[in-house]
Design a protein around this ligand. Sequence first.
Ligand SMILES: [Zn+2]
Ligand SMILES: [Zn+2]
Length: 254
Amino acid sequence: MIGSMSNSALKFLENCVQSGQRHVTPDCLLCGAASNGAMVCAPCDADLPRIAREHCVVCALPLAGSNGNATCGACLADLPAYDHVCAAFAYAFPADALVQALKYRGQLAVAPLLGEALARVVAIDTRPDVLVAMPLSAGRLRERGFNQAQEIARHVAKTSGVPLQSNTCRRVIETPPQAALPYKERAKNVRNAFVCDANFDGKHVAIVDDVMTTGATLNELAKKIKRTGAARVTGLVATRTLPYGDLPARSTHD
Ligand SMILES: [Zn+2]
Ligand SMILES: [Zn+2]
């Protein structure tokens, strides 16, 4: 996998190793250049793959001519339990490298960057009443030592002022990782994976997660949250997987 990474991603990983678990780095997280205290320098920030303005209001997939106000055919045909998805970035380089560094290499310094990007999305969108992080099963939490969604959600809460409610939604069934399954199997894989003890009566609840692909996991948790009386459920995802042809073009500054 390292072989397919660009120089700036490798440099980023080196920086992470050098900085250990530091939460604040003086230099750009991606290329190591001076960044005036910002987590990424201006050129790297410009390289981060944003979601196209024209996207489905429900699932956030590109939808030509929608201007962010229309619903795609797939969502109309089978309306998900979540009402709306806001994604900070497309799951493409270098945002994918950031998520992987957080999730698989425990680079917690990435969490504030993703959390603050999501908080900016919250600020221009309908503000939720409460945040919940996509839960990990107890087994996976033990294995990884932290929940990447919880780490991102903490920073969304800190920056946006929307409270984060922890421990009311739990993942009770250990399932094979979604990434290992074909798309069609994913909904079946996560069925009844969650329980939710909260009372979200009339509330707008936002579920924070690191990556959304088919939305099967988000949909399953949204169903449970709606059953507790929530009026609205938004998916706040740091990155959204896009179909290959819809990936944003990348400018290269290196
Ligand atoms: Zn940079
Ligand atoms: Zn859609």
